[in-house]
Design a protein around this ligand. Structure first.
Ligand code: SF4
Ligand code: SF4
Length: 104
């Protein structure tokens, strides 16, 4: 899996500065939780890009499937910068760039 590197200055943000969850969507990313398989590839791709490790706890996108009978909940931390890497690695169309839909 090839991950493009992001802005180095933002990479310096480490876990102590991480904030709690805040958004179910971003300005550029539309989520479709009903399409999500819960594979968490998006989280692995995000954490690899920002921390150079596959660590779900370091991801800026969170997948919550507390109730298996309902759609998962997809949220983003305040640190998410809409880079779109997670979108590229979602093979289930649960994440899409809004511009791809002609909404930007
Ligand atoms: S949003 Fe996409 S990549 Fe992330 S867990 Fe759901 S299906 Fe997998
Ligand atoms: S758009 Fe946000 S959640 Fe997705 S890879 Fe980039 S920083 Fe991570």
């Amino acid at each position: 899996m090839r991950i493009e590197m992001g802005n180095p200055s933002e990479k310096e943000l480490t876990s102590p500065e991480r904030k709690t969850i805040m958004r179910t969507m971003t300005e550029k990313i539309r989520t479709s939780p009903e399409m999500c398989s819960g594979c968490r590839i998006c989280q692995l791709a995000c954490s690899m890009d920002w921390t150079c490790s596959y660590n779900l706890a370091q991801s800026r996108i969170l997948i919550d499937d507390v109730d298996a009978t309902k759609s998962v909940k997809i949220t983003f931390t305040d640190e998410c910068n809409d880079c779109g890497i997670c979108v590229r690695y979602c093979f289930y169309d649960a994440l899409k760039m809004r511009k791809e839909e002609g909404k930007v």
